[in-house]
Design a protein around this ligand. Structure first.
Ligand SMILES: [Zn+2]
Length: 249
């Protein structure tokens, strides 16, 4: 028996070219070059499985060509075929309920807060398990994660792999990739628990306010779920200025 030396010796192969940001899924030394995927004899794996074998989640692929012809990701790929795959410049998202809604993987708490402050319905807990995250994504939410295996689950139809660890860069990435600018509703949602905030009379929260807050502010919002009170104080202004700076191209 001859040992297989290179991994592809004596086997049929599929040639894959990844364009633009899809190269992010490859190790740095393999980016920008044609890729070769082993094609087991007698099988024609689906396009999405060919791409997944290179670490590319299908939800990040806008279109693919099979031997130069547009093809769905479910199409079988015969040996010796040439595949080209392109990323989204702007990702689609479920449009049934107005603004896009999100569910975030563990360890993305900062990004969750930012999206909520900007008014986006964002589910986040630091103990969601993968099946739960996939189920929530299947229900019409965009899944944001740094775990590409999670993004490859069949139930996930809309999602994005966050290339960067820094929350600020993550927010910039998500904002551009899903074109969120026109959906911003600043401080309409509780950053702590995701509940829509309610306008509340000053008199109703007066006894819970510090003396200076009581003296200088008149407009208050209340989270009906966790009871947190918000007003347009210095923290609010700093956060608004910071977000404006981060999100202005
Ligand atoms: Zn709350």
């Amino acid at each position: 028996m001859t040992p297989e030396i290179s991994g592809f010796t004596g086997r049929l192969v599929i040639h894959v070219t990844l364009y633009d940001a899809l190269n992010d899924f490859l190790p740095p030394n393999r980016r920008g070059r044609p890729q070769v995927v082993a094609a087991p004899q007698g099988e024609a794996p689906a396009l999405k499985h060919v791409l997944a074998s290179l670490g590319v989640p299908p939800v990040e692929v806008s279109r693919a060509l099979l031997d130069g012809v547009p093809a769905p990701l479910t199409q079988g790929v015969p040996p010796d075929a040439r595949v080209a795959a392109y990323p989204y410049e702007v990702s689609p998202w479920p449009t049934a309920n107005g603004a896009p809604r999100f569910v975030l993987d563990n360890h993305l708490g900062k990004l969750a807060s930012y999206l909520r402050i900007l008014g986006f319905d964002t589910l986040y807990r630091n103990d969601y398990q993968d099946p739960e995250l996939a189920r929530l994504a299947a229900g019409g939410r965009i899944l944001l994660t740094r775990d590409r295996q999670l993004l490859m689950r069949n139930a996930v139809r809309y999602g994005h792999w966050l290339r960067n660890k820094a929350p600020r860069r993550q927010l910039q990435d998500v904002f551009a990739y899903f074109q969120l600018a026109e959906y911003v509703a600043f401080f309409s949602r509780c950053p702590h628990c995701n509940t829509p905030l309610q306008t509340v009379e000053k008199s109703a929260v007066l006894e819970r306010l510090e003396p200076l807050t009581r003296r200088y502010y008149d407009d208050f919002r209340l989270c009906p779920n966790c009871g947190q009170i918000y007003w347009q104080g210095s923290h609010y202004e700093r956060m608004q200025a910071w977000l404006h700076e981060v999100l202005t191209p």
